[in-house]
Design a protein around this ligand. Structure first.
Ligand code: ATP
Length: 259
């Protein structure tokens, strides 16, 4: 059984079919890339899986259970975590506090314990802080633990988002354009860091990215969406030489980036 199975998924916004009969299987440990032109439906697919938008048709099975239409918080508790295209950190909170928010998803002590500041609450707070530091270390930004998120360099903020997402201890991680707005050095750092994260933790990752070098280097398989439908699926070599993909997307990206 696959970890995630998407069957004939359709998402409509008014008269617009953002996704049309999309099928996808993700196995445990996969590193899957999701590419395609602007408006192809990539983020909509993430939004449907994470419960942010309601599909009009099809099924989304995670660990054999249909999660289609479930609330985002319930889906997150099943082990599905994500980052967003636009950074969504709490800028006036410290880096460590942003990660603690990822850890404290379910009440860990009663309101009574919290109001009275009982040892159970104090111990849990200390454990959460220590765990947050471990995640900051995991993504290589421990030195920024006391810095305010909004004051961090862009590439570090992106890593902090990933630290917060993995703090929920997910079984699958969806990354929506983690290299967006990064310069070449930051992009190279990101490739190395994601490769190490995947190797060290074995976590299943699905990655949307327009920086094709990131996708080609990291992903074992790639799904190409175009106009809400699957245009192609294959390994990086197959995708780069697929004439339909070159015509619909890669050719245009090469022109834009002079690759
Ligand atoms: N909440 C929404 N309401 C109405 N239309 C939407 C909504 N979200 C997405 N769309 C539309 O659905 C289509 C797919 O959008 P989506 O954001 O999924 O594309 P994408 O492949 O992620 O694009 P990009 O690479 O630019 O991020 C687009 O035409 C978009 O305008």
């Amino acid at each position: 059984m696959s970890l995630l199975e998407i069957e004939n998924l359709t998402v409509e916004f008014g008269g617009l079919k953002a996704l049309s009969n999309v099928n996808l299987e993700v196995n445990e440990g996969d590193f899957l890339g999701l590419i395609g032109p602007n408006g192809a439906g990539k983020t909509t697919l993430f939004n449907a899986i994470t419960g942010v938008v309601k599909p009009s048709d099809g099924d989304i099975n995670f660990e054999g259970k249909n999660i289609k239409g479930m609330r985002p918080d319930k889906i997150a508790l099943r082990g599905i975590s994500r980052t967003f295209q636009n950074i969504r950190l709490f800028p006036k909170m410290k880096a460590s506090e942003n990660v603690e928010i990822g850890i404290i998803r379910v009440p860990q002590y009663s309101i009574h314990d919290a109001i009275l500041g009982l040892p159970k609450q104090r111990n849990k707070d200390k454990e959460n802080y220590e765990q947050a530091l471990r995640h900051l270390e995991q993504v290589g930004i421990l030195e920024y633990k006391d810095a305010y998120a909004g004051e961090l360099p862009y590439g570090i903020q992106r890593r902090l988002e990933i630290a917060r997402a993995i703090a929920t201890n997910p079984k699958i991680l969806f990354l929506d354009e983690p290299a967006a707005g990064m310069n070449n050095d930051e992009t190279k750092d990101l490739i190395n860091f994601l490769s190490k994260l995947h190797k060290d933790t074995g976590i299943t990752i699905v990655l949307i990215e327009h920086h094709l070098d990131v996708v080609m280097e990291l992903c074992k398989n790639i799904m190409v969406l175009n106009l809400g439908s699957t245009l192609a699926y294959g390994n990086p070599k197959e995708i780069q030489s697929n004439p339909d993909v070159i015509k619909a997307y890669i050719g245009e990206r090469r022109q834009k980036t002079n690759v």
